[in-house]
Design a protein around this ligand. Structure first.
Ligand code: RIB
Ligand code: CA
Length: 312
């Protein structure tokens, strides 16, 4: 079992990633840390509590993090994730409460198990950046950071050249990428390989009336409507579940080393990944920081594991 912290901004795909994680015996889920992202912090936190209660996992603590990015103003995506961040799902108000401060939680748990903890970050990186600022070097003491964020060369999803998590807090993304931590990056190029057909999900949900199945059907409605309109296919991308999947089954993704940095301030490019691929410069002198970047996903293999774990 690997000790894992999920740093999340639920958000529908975050919720699916949390459900996949809690149904994965390979993972010792030591806690969730929430951040402002798709919806405000109070809502991402409430959503995390609700999803854990749905899964019967109130043993997993939820710690609240940053209510806004380091420098920029928040940018919410209600049009994708719905007015309360979980699509059309209507889960009961949580009975559990947040367990404390996310930055303290990250620092204390990484320090308590040096080199062991995997942090899977599927929202803006504000919490991780604040932990590094408060305790320099802490991120390097994690076993690995698996980060869903950035876009290398394809069109962005929130602006021409940026992906939402890095766009929402580019200063945090830059600080984390430059922290020297062991980073596995899941950019849009990888996440976009992973398309969940609406028909496939409905097929797997057919005949089920349990709360989990009803949640998955309702929660995915809004995102699927948005992505169907944007991409012309009935379904949705599984950005955040891919990051969880990569933390448990690294063999599901081919990775390659890249040297990257993040533009923090450009009017049109804040949050853009800058990749140094200059063939005439040797590795040691490339600009940026080396990360392992997911480039090729075993889509059938991942979808099978994802659906099996999601709908356990
Ligand atoms: O760009 C996709 C990412 O931004 C996903 O993590 C989604 O939940 C949003 O946070
Ligand atoms: Ca997310």
């Amino acid at each position: 079992m690997r000790p894992v912290i999920l740093d999340v901004d639920p958000g529908v795909d975050d919720a699916l990633a949390i459900l996949m994680a809690v149904h994965s015996p390979e993972m010792e889920l030591i806690g969730l840390t929430t951040v402002s992202g798709n919806v405000p912090l109070d809502q991402t936190t409430e959503n995390a509590l609700k999803v854990l209660e749905l899964a019967g996992r109130t043993d997993v603590p939820v710690c609240m993090g940053a209510a806004k990015p380091l420098v920029r103003q928040p940018h919410y995506t209600y049009e994708v994730h719905g007015p309360e961040g979980l699509g059309a799902a209507d889960l009961p108000d949580p009975e559990t409460m947040p367990a404390g401060d996310a930055i303290d939680f990250l620092i204390e748990n990484i320090e308590a198990r040096l080199g062991e903890v995997i942090v899977v970050a599927t929202g803006p990186l504000t919490n991780l950046a604040l932990a590094e600022a408060r305790c320099p070097g802490i991120l390097s003491h994690a076993r690995r950071l698996v980060i869903m964020g950035g876009v290398l060369h394809e069109p962005g999803n929130i602006s021409p050249h940026t992906e939402f998590n890095f766009h929402a807090d580019p200063h945090a993304a830059r600080l984390v990428v430059n922290s020297g931590a062991n980073i596995a990056l899941v950019p849009l190029e990888a996440a976009r390989q992973l398309w969940l057909e609406q028909d496939l999900l409905l097929q797997r949900l057919a005949g089920r009336e349990d709360a989990l199945a009803l949640f998955c059907a309702a929660a995915t409605q809004t995102v699927m409507a948005f992505e169907t309109q944007r991409y012309g296919r009935k379904g949705m991308h599984l950005h955040d579940p891919l990051a969880v999947g990569l933390s448990i089954f690294p063999e599901l993704c081919k990775v390659q080393p890249l040297w990257i940095d993040v533009e923090p301030d450009g009017e049109l490019t804040a949050g853009q990944l800058v990749v140094d691929r200059r063939p005439f410069v040797i590795d040691g002198h490339l600009v940026g920081n080396q990360v392992e970047c997911a480039v090729k996903v075993d889509v059938p293999g991942f979808l099978e594991v994802f659906l099996d774990r999601l709908l356990k």
